[in-house]
Design a protein. Structure first.
Length: 346
């Protein structure tokens, strides 16, 4: 293995002068059990860095944190109005839904209004992700279905957009006009040269893009101040996206999840992605945050975000309390006994 690694330079392996300091450690009793490295970028309305930890220049894949950006062409196309979609249905275009009954009802209603069949989705069939509805599905001997995939709402939006613009059905292809439109949208909002946006394939099968964490924070800043966007149509689309996310936080994720807990606060727009990526922006303060936990865990999100909000003297204590209830710094075993703790280094 060492000899194989020696064939490549650090840059060829993707490590471009990266600095990933320790941001958290987990202790069982008094011994370190897990160490988490990461990067954090916090910027103000002028795109000035007001807090930084680790490498914020290396390209980072948005994963599902890209969904609000991917939804922009759909909202710009007036599909919401044309099909008279309810807010819960429109929010699914931004969602990482978990298969609760309220998700399933909204997904089926959305697909019916859009006249899209389940077979048209390229995402894999899935059981609900949340444990209770998953067990209900298995007990009832119900099959997995594409409509229950975590990204089904996004795919329904893609299919509807392609049909409305007389495009072919290969919406998962990077060369597809919709994916090129999304690429241009990501480049524009993140203020990254389109040639410097890195392309990959997401878990659900469609393209996903990577930009430096600093630029990712810039893209979310636009959701906090949509009037800074160049066209009225885009301003209106982004405002509608933020509105449906705030009005339907349970649709974007589900109860007991950080995205929903943050979106209950109408001053915040937030969305997480796989492999430890999290983005949020504060509207009133015009502050944007992008972070990545490089172990890929989501377990630390609420602890980190709560600590960052405290550092920023965020004045909505109820929001911070919701985050504190989601995740304690105490580590307990299956019987609820305290067996360790988590320390943050921010």
């Amino acid at each position: 293995m060492d000899s194989m690694h020696s064939l490549f330079t650090a840059e060829e392996r993707g490590f471009k002068n990266m600095e990933y300091p320790i941001i958290a450690q987990e202790f069982r009793n008094k011994s370190v059990e897990n160490i988490h490295h990461g990067s954090i970028c916090v910027i103000d309305q002028y795109k000035q860095i007001i807090y930084k930890k680790g490498d914020i220049e290396n390209p980072t894949f948005y994963r599902s944190a890209m969904k609000p950006l991917q939804a922009i062409p759909i909202f710009e196309s007036k599909l919401i109005e044309r099909y008279q979609l309810a807010e819960e249905e429109a929010a699914l275009f931004t969602a990482s839904q978990r298969g609760e009954l309220y998700h399933e009802r909204a997904l089926l209603s959305l697909a019916k209004k859009l006249k899209i069949s389940e077979e048209q989705l390229i995402c894999k069939e899935s059981y609900p992700l949340n444990e209770a509805p998953k067990l209900d599905y298995i007990k009832a001997n119900k099959p997995k279905r594409a409509f229950l995939h975590n990204c089904a709402g996004k795919h329904l939006g893609f299919i509807a957009y392609a049909r409305e613009h007389q495009l072919d059905n290969s919406y998962e292809d990077i060369a597809h006009p919709l994916q090129q439109e999304i690429l241009a949208t990501v480049a524009s909002l993140s203020e990254t040269s389109i040639n410097n946006v890195v392309t990959g394939i997401d878990g659900c099968g469609v393209p996903v893009f990577a930009v430096p964490l600093y630029n990712m924070a810039i893209s979310y800043l636009k959701f906090a101040q949509p009037d800074s966007l160049k066209t009225k149509n885009r301003q209106l689309a982004v405002k509608k996206i933020v509105t449906v996310m705030n009005h339907c936080p349970h649709i974007v994720a589900s109860h007991h999840f950080i995205c929903s807990a943050l979106l209950e606060d109408e001053n915040i727009v937030a969305k997480g992605g796989a492999q430890g990526v999290y983005c949020l922006a504060l509207k009133k303060e015009k502050i944007s945050i992008a972070l990545k936990v490089h172990s890929g865990t989501e377990m630390l999100w609420s602890l980190i975000v709560a600590e960052l909000l405290k550092k920023l003297n965020y004045d909505n204590e109820e929001t911070i309390e919701r985050l504190d209830r989601l995740k304690s710094s105490c580590i307990t075993n299956d019987n609820g006994r305290n067996v360790g703790h988590i320390e943050l280094y921010l």
